[in-house]
Design a protein around this ligand. Structure first.
Ligand code: PLP
Length: 348
């Protein structure tokens, strides 16, 4: 029986074309700004997103951290959604290393924050009692909200209230291209109202390593100093950038297949008695569903699925996450549904 690994799209392996590009990449010392492949990737990324400049990062976590370091002084506040990856899954880096206090605003099911909530949460500088809000963070797609998508209008609304109050807006766009493909809009449209954006090459785009942070030239210049301080100044990392360039050429359009598979997966899961998910709410490649407490905690179903060679992850004690990606075929979706149905029956 084949293992079907739905834990994350980070599991994707580099393509043959990427491996060839990596093997023959022109490289130089990037700390001197002399790696032609990295320079090309950074320029290409910035151009695709309508920003002035880009900076290759080791990971999405480093990108988000460097954004926080670049915008915030110690004791500043960052406003973000209560389901934000930056809050849940990045080791508290923005607090521990950037010295910023995190203020959470509710995310709805699709990962949106209400502009009124954000406006009310932002606090001005000039009062010694208050941690001033220097940054608002958005996430698109929203990982913990089943890969929910923010439209250009959703983003513009938050941009307006943040900018009116003098705060900058950072977009954690780890899966930005999934959002662009789902909405059928250029990625550029999704980031025009944010000051900077980070996207991951290492997730569904199938690269082995890397994220790119894009923003104004001034922001990137400052970010480059922080990247060096946190140890992200790499040398001949053009081998990584070469894979990134292939990804931008070949891996974006195919994300629609992952989305179609996720939708079919959700539709099948919704038909299994004891599992709850609204297939119409699944817009991209992340399916999060609830497990009826009568079946026990989700950990029990997860380990039963594991014995059937279906690997999944868990965002919480009553929920399970399945992520579709380039190594999950139509047949894998059918097979996942049949194994899941069998396992759920065995738990009754
Ligand atoms: C994966 C992810 C990150 C972090 O990226 P890494 O490269 O794993 O550090 C940040 N934000 C979101 C929304 C993610 O899904």
């Amino acid at each position: 029986m084949d293992v079907i690994d739905l834990r994350s799209d980070t599991l994707t392996q580099p393509t043959d074309e990427m491996r060839q590009a990596m093997a023959s990449a022109e490289v130089g010392d990037d700390v001197y700004g002399e790696d032609p492949s990295i320079n090309k990737l950074q320029e290409r990324s910035a151009e695709m997103l309508g920003k002035e400049a880009g900076l290759l990062m080791t990971s999405g976590t480093m990108s988000n951290l460097v954004a926080a370091l670049t915008y915030c002084h110690r004791g500043d506040e960052i406003v973000m959604g209560d389901q934000a990856h930056m809050f849940w899954n990045e080791g508290g880096g923005a607090s521990a290393l950037a010295g910023a206090q995190i203020r959470l605003v509710p995310n709805d099911d699709q990962g949106r924050m209400s502009p009124a909530d954000v406006e009310a949460a932002i606090r001005p500088s000039g009062n010694v009692h208050v941690a001033p809000t220097s940054l608002v963070c958005l996430e698109n797609t929203q990982n913990r909200c089943s890969g929910g998508v923010l439209t250009p209008e959703d983003t513009a609304k938050i941009g307006r209230v943040a900018h009116a109050a003098g705060a900058s807006v950072h977009l954690d766009g780890a899966r930005l291209f999934n959002a662009a493909v789902a909405l059928e809009v250029p990625a550029k449209e999704l980031v025009k109202d944010v000051d900077d954006v980070s996207f991951c090459l290492s997730k569904a785009l199938s690269c082995p390593v890397g994220s790119v942070l894009c923003g104004t030239s001034e922001f990137i210049e400052n970010a480059n100093r922080w990247r060096k301080m946190v140890g992200g100044g790499m040398r001949q990392a053009g081998v990584l950038a070469a894979a990134g360039l292939v990804a931008l050429d070949t891996m974006i359009d195919r994300l629609a297949d992952d989305h179609a598979n996720a939708h079919r997966l959700a539709t099948g899961l919704a038909n299994i008695n004891g599992l709850t998910v609204d297939p119409e709410s699944i817009q991209t490649n992340i399916v999060i569903f609830e497990v009826d407490p009568a079946l026990g905690p989700s950990a029990k179903l997860i380990s039963a699925l594991d014995s059937e060679d279906v690997k999944v992850s868990s965002p919480g004690p009553t929920s399970i996450r399945m992520v579709t990606h380039r190594h999950i075929s139509n047949e894998d979706v059918e097979e996942t549904l049949s194994r899941t149905s069998k396992v759920v029956q065995s738990l009754r």
